[in-house]
Structure formats: structure tokens, C-alpha cells
Design a binder for this molecule. Structure first.
Ligand code: NAD
Ligand code: LMR
Length: 332
């Protein structure tokens, strides 16, 4: 029997990531090749015409899995009954703007969108915040959508996770699909800590530790970390625009693994609310290694954290504590 359609909200589909992700969702890259979807697309009033253009293209593409489209500039209408919400819209930093000005704009956007989700989304709605500052936007959303379970509010660090897999695969010339269990700890920012201490590569003679195969701790402890931390900036420099196809694809990976489960023996990185694991302040939205089963994520427990890693986990936590304080000061 055909499955009931799942309602997926994407905010600002006329933006770069929005435009890249909607065909992926409509083709089943997010929820599987047998899962029909109804796309809810929200944009801001000045983008109404472009939004209608995207709606027209979705009709023209004749996607078999796409069972309906809601295209609107009204947040309440956009959020009605949604099961999954991918929050891409946000206010970009413009010339002359202070960090606090950008934070203040995003705090008010996420406060308003949280209220619309709180009132209209399905009870079990799963939320993924992509727009920067992603962890702190998710934190504000959590505060103003108290009836959405806190376990359902997450932010995107899967792009950083995938970037780390990609760098290892390039360095030792193995397929990216054979590398697993890197970890992104902390903030989706340049303080994030890409950790390879538990990562492995599948080889013809069994699983090998990434450190053993790379055989260059110097590179792993410096250049590799900086490369992953700065990859977003490098893409902006090269494209004059921020990453879009990789961000959209990673957002699909994030939701797919969350809803359909992670393969046995494999973990992924997700920005989730901290329960105090690994000594991280409870309540922050912090990126941890997680496994997913039956639509629920769990933080991987018991990993050994050495002194080098401890300092890095703490530094990115500190940045999130400061961002939280800044965001809360914008609420007053
Ligand atoms: P974009 O500029 O193409 O689109 C952003 C959209 O936000 C614009 O279309 C604009 O209409 C909309 N917007 C502006 N003001 C708004 C408001 N007041 N309310 C709602 N929406 C508003 O940007 P993009 O390249 O699609 O990136 C979207 C966001 O994702 C950015 O914040 C970017 O920094 C972030 N990003 C995050 C990751 C990640 O891994 N977490 C990766 C890449 C990009
Ligand atoms: C990325 O990681 O590509 C983006 O978050 C960069 C940015 O600042 O938009």
C-alpha cells in the first residue's frame, strides 16, 4: 500500500540552498524513494514572484513522489501540519553590520518562525536549522516553540562531517564511502572541532584507524582541522557565494539518517541539545556524534577524549555560551 505523504517545510526556497534542496526532496533523497511528500515553501514578501517561479518549476518537473505544493509568504500557513521543517531562511551579515545586529535580526526571525511552528506544525515535527548562526538560531527556536519536544530541534553540522570525510578520502586516496566515524564537536563555525580519533577506513584487510593510515599526526592535528573549519569560507572565496549544493545534500543526509536510522556501526554528527554528555553545558545546541534509530537520535557515549581534544571541545562550547548570551541580550 502507498505510504501517506509527509509534509516537508523549506523556508526561503528562492535562496540558493532552498532552490537546490527542493528537487532533492521531491526525488526522494531526503525520505526515501517510496515516500511521497507535500512540499511547503515559505519565502519573504519581496521574493513572492521568485517563489511562484519555483512552484511552477516543480510542476514542470513532474516528480512522481511530489503529491502537493504549498507556496506562501505567510509563516502560519506554511507551517500547517508540517512533519519536517528545514529552516534555511535567515538574515545575512551585510557590510558595516556588527555581530550583534545580525544576531538581533535572526533572533527575531527565529522567534517568529518558532511561534508559527509551535501553533501549526504536527506534534512530532522534526526541525533542522541550517541558517547561520545555526546552533544559536536553533536554540532560539527551541525557546519559543516549547511544545515541540527538545529532541526534535537540531541544527546542521552534517556538512562539516561530510567535509571531514572528504578530506580524509582525498588525503589517503580511498573512496569517501569507506571512511566513517569522524566527529564534528560544537558550533557550526570556525571553532568547531573535527575529530578523527575514532574514525576508521574499510580496507581489504579489515577496518583500519584513520590515524594509522594517514600516518601524519601533524597534518591531522593542524592543517586538516583548519581546512574543515575554514571550508565554508574557502567556498565563498571561490564561488563568491556560500556553499549550496553540498549544504542541501548534507541537510538531506541529516534528515534521512534521523528518520530512517544510521547504519549499524556508523555514527554521524548532528547539532542537538546537550544533556551534559562529555561535560558540555546542558541546554546548548552542540554538535555531537549520534546514532539514530526509529526516528530518535542518541549521543554516542563513552568515547575517550584526550587532552588535545578536551581543550577543543571546551573552546567551541565557550563560543556557544557567548553566542547564547548575545542572543538572549537581543531578546530584552
Ligand atoms: P541565500 O542568501 O541564497 O538565501 C537566504 C534567504 O534568506 C534569502 O533568499 C532571503 O530572502 C532570506 N531572508 C532574508 N531576510 C529574511 C527574513 N527577514 N526572514 C526570512 N528569510 C529572510 O542564502 P543561502 O546560501 O541559501 O544560505 C542560507 C543560510 O544557510 C545562510 O544563513 C547561510 O549562512 C547558511 N548556511 C549554513 C550551512 C550549514 O552547514 N549550517 C551551510 C551553508 C549555508
Ligand atoms: C558553510 O559552512 O558553507 C557556511 O556556513 C558558510 C557561511 O558563512 O554561509
Amino acid at each position: 500500500m502507498a505510504k501517506d505523504p509527509v509534509r516537508v517545510l523549506v523556508t526561503v526556497v528562492a535562496g540558493q540552498i532552498g532552490y537546490a534542496i527542493v528537487p532533492m526532496i521531491a526525488r526522494g533523497a531526503m525520505l526515501g524513494p517510496d515516500q511521497p511528500v507535500i512540499l511547503h515553501m515559505l519565502d519573504i514578501e519581496p521574493a513572492a514572484e521568485a517563489l511562484n517561479g519555483v512552484r511552477m518549476e516543480l510542476i514542470d518537473a513532474a516528480f512522481p513522489l511530489l503529491k502537493g505544493v504549498v507556496a506562501t509568504t505567510n509563516a502560519e500557513e506554511a507551517c500547517k501540519g508540517v512533519n519536517i521543517a528545514v529552516m534555511v531562511g535567515g538574515f545575512p551579515r551585510k557590510e558595516g553590520m556588527e555581530r550583534k545586529d545580525v544576531m538581533s535580526k535572526n533572533v527575531s526571525i527565529y522567534k517568529a518562525q518558532a511561534s508559527a511552528l509551535e501553533k501549526h506544525a504536527a506534534e512530532d515535527c522534526k526541525v533542522l536549522v541550517v541558517a547561520n548562526p545555526a546552533n544559536t538560531n536553533a536554540l532560539i527556536l527551541k525557546k519559543f516553540a516549547p511544545s515541540i519536544p527538545e529532541k526534535n530541534i537540531t541544527c546542521l553540522t552534517r556538512l562539516d562531517h561530510n567535509r571531514a570525510l572528504g578530506q580524509i578520502s582525498e588525503r589517503i586516496n580511498v573512496h569517501v564511502g569507506d571512511v566513517k566515524n569522524v566527529i564534528i564537536w560544537g558550533n557550526h563555525s570556525s571553532t568547531q572541532y573535527p575529530d578523527v580519533n575514532h574514525a576508521t577506513v574499510a580496507t581489504s584487510s579489515g577496518e583500519k584507524n584513520v590515524r594509522e593510515l594517514v600516518a601524519d599526526d601533524n597534518w591531522l592535528n593542524s592543517e586538516f582541522i583548519t581546512m574543515v573549519q575554514q571550508r565554508g569560507a574557502a567556498i565563498i572565496k571561490a564561488r563568491k557565494l556560500s556553499s549550496a549544493l553540498s549544504a542541501a545534500s548534507s541537510a538531506c543526509d541529516h534528515i534521512r539518517d534521523w528518520v530512517l536510522g544510521t547504519p549499524k556501526g556508523k555514527w554521524v554528527s548532528m547539532g542537538v541539545y546537550s544533556d551534559g554528555s562529555y561535560g558540555i553545558q546542558p541546554g546548548l545546541i552542540y554538535s555531537f556524534p549520534v546514532t539514530c534509530e526509529k526516528g530518535e537520535w542518541s549521543i554516542v557515549q563513552g568515547l575517550k577524549i584526550d587532552e588535545f581534544s578536551r581543550a577543543k571541545l571546551d573552546a567551541t562550547e565557550q563560543e556557544l555560551i557567548e553566542e547564547k548570551a548575545l542572543a538572549y541580550s537581543c531578546l530584552n
